[in-house]
Design a protein around this ligand. Structure first.
Ligand SMILES: *Cc1c(COP(=O)(O)O)cnc(C)c1O
Length: 485
């Protein structure tokens, strides 16, 4: 154990101090605090110097892995680089200092950002209107499904309470549908990993509210029958929901609105370069076709006669309210900055570059890893473990070994269609040199699996913690300081 693996509490020395409080800028002195509000005893904080604190936080930051520290090819997650200018704009006091209860007349700039971002997302996706209020992808799914439910109810078509979800869907799809009170009907994938249209047809009747799809799907494959699927679902009276969490490969190329989708959500914290992971803030805007706009949740931003912005309740038959205010504004700002920085021309490069990167890795590794679906992929693809599985080295071992070489592991054991799934998504923000470095290490690991399977089984060897008991870590996390001595 390194000396600074010690917790800051263990470095405490009575009387040592590393802070100076700012001068009291308020009129009331501390002694005027109402009785009962001040504490009787000093809190049990570590007593350390400024240098101890600096080392503590610097070392803590290095125990983590982020897209700023290395390549992070996490499939179905789009860990693209988050440009630092996004942070600069979000931290601007004119934005960061706003309060959500300020009168609209005093936050016209912020409302302009909200309005303009919604318009940019409409242009990119082909949807007529957006709400930016949902806080996450899954929250957007729930919102979109509530819009669909509200649409059917407002037409007196209340028996449509079943929703079709492909077996390859992201886990949040059936979960959101269940939270929305819908019954889930599964449609199978065919041998090519696409929604099986023949399996879909008999499911379509007057109890179907709609279908939730991801395109490209979670195998990184474009659902080429989407037009036929859209026609079939619409014909039976259902609506099409598009899970656009990973819209990366389509950005600037194809629009879900043109494929026949009625409702979609986007993850700004994936496709639009705002940070994510660790349960941090996100944003899951929901876009709808024109005939569904009246069902979007309140409040919304509208432009008045003189170009001024107002925050108003939804005047149609909204699906309800889904957030206290108007979404995670800091995340919206970052996404808007990203879109403006790219501009109309460069936005068209996002899709093609992310697709090129994924295919480059796939083709460079398919003689070492099992490739169950060999066709051209979109922004991500799935291996089914090592090609040579006689060594007993599993996908988990490969993922752990990658950490020793400074790469984050890809998504593993998802999608559930393959037993040893390794799902790789490089994103458009990585250079060819980085992709080559990753390919080289993956080939090296495949060779190591044969020459030294034991060190694969015990990997990682160089990380701050070794192989975790992940179930216990999740079920019984230790969140407070404990004296381990
Ligand atoms: C990440 C993801 C989601 C969920 O997004 P959250 O912000 O984590 O709730 C939904 N669908 C797909 C395909 C995703 O990749």
């Amino acid at each position: 154990m390194k000396y600074y693996d010690k917790l800051i509490f263990d470095l405490s020395k009575a009387g040592r101090q590393g802070y100076s409080l700012p001068a009291n800028k308020w009129e009331r002195s501390v002694s005027e605090l109402p009785a009962g509000l001040s504490r009787a005893e000093a809190p049990a904080l570590p007593e350390v110097s400024e240098l101890d604190v600096v080392r503590h936080y610097t070392n803590l930051s290095q125990m983590n892995f982020g897209v700023d520290s290395g390549f992070y090819p996490l499939g179905s997650c789009t860990m693209k680089y988050n440009p630092k200018i996004n942070e600069e704009i979000a931290a601007h006091p004119g934005f960061a200092g706003l309060h959500p209860l300020q009168p609209a007349s005093t936050v016209q700039g912020a409302l302009a950002v909200y309005h303009n971002l919604a318009k940019a997302l409409s242009a990119i996706t082909g949807m007529a209107e957006f709400t930016l209020n949902p806080f996450a992808g899954a929250h957007g799914e729930l919102t979109g499904l509530m819009v669909i439910r509200q649409y059917h109810i407002s037409r007196g078509d209340e028996k449509r309470t079943r929703i079709i979800v492909p077996d390859s869907a992201h886990g949040t799809n059936p979960a959101s549908a269940a939270v929305c009170g819908l019954e889930i009907v599964q449609v199978k994938s065919n041998a090519m990993g696409l929604v099986d249209v023949e399996d879909l047809k008999p499911l379509l009747d007057d109890t179907i509210a709609g279908i939730m799809m991801t395109n490209p799907n979670t195998l990184g494959l474009f659902e080429k029958d989407i037009k036929e699927i859209a026609a079939l679902v619409h014909e039976c009276g259902g609506l099409l929901y598009y899970d656009g969490a990973n819209m990366n490969p389509l950005v600037g190329m194809v629009r879900p609105g043109d494929m026949g989708f009625d409702v979609l959500h986007l993850n700004l914290h994936k496709t639009f370069s705002t940070p994510h992971g660790g349960g941090g803030p996100g944003a899951g805007p929901v876009g709808v076709a024109a005939h569904l706009a009246k069902h979007l949740p309140a409040p919304k931003v509208v432009v008045g006669e003189c170009g001024e912005y107002h925050v108003v309740d939804q005047d149609g038959e909204p699906c309800g309210r889904i957030s206290g205010f108007m979404g995670n504004f800091g995340v919206l700002l970052r996404a808007y900055t990203y879109i403006l920085m790219l501009g109309k021309q460069n936005v068209k490069m996002v899709g093609p570059l992310s697709v090129l990167g994924a295919n480059y890795i796939k083709e460079s590794l398919k003689d070492c890893f099992k490739l169950p679906i060999p066709t051209v992929c979109k922004h991500e693809f799935v291996f089914d473990g090592l090609l040579d599985q006689s060594t007993g080295v599993t996908t988990l071992d490969v993922a752990k070994r990658l950490l020793d070489y400074g790469f984050h592991a890809p998504t593993i054991y998802f999608p559930l269609l393959f037993h040893q799934a390794i799902m790789i998504e490089p994103t458009e923000t990585e250079s060819k040199e980085t992709l080559d470095g990753f390919i080289e290490i993956m080939r090296h690991i495949a060779a190591e699996a044969v020459s030294d399977p034991e060190s694969m089984k015990t990997a990682p060897h160089t990380t701050p913690v070794r192989r975790l008991d992940e179930t216990t870590a999740a079920r019984q996390p230790i969140l407070r300081y404990k004296d381990m001595n």
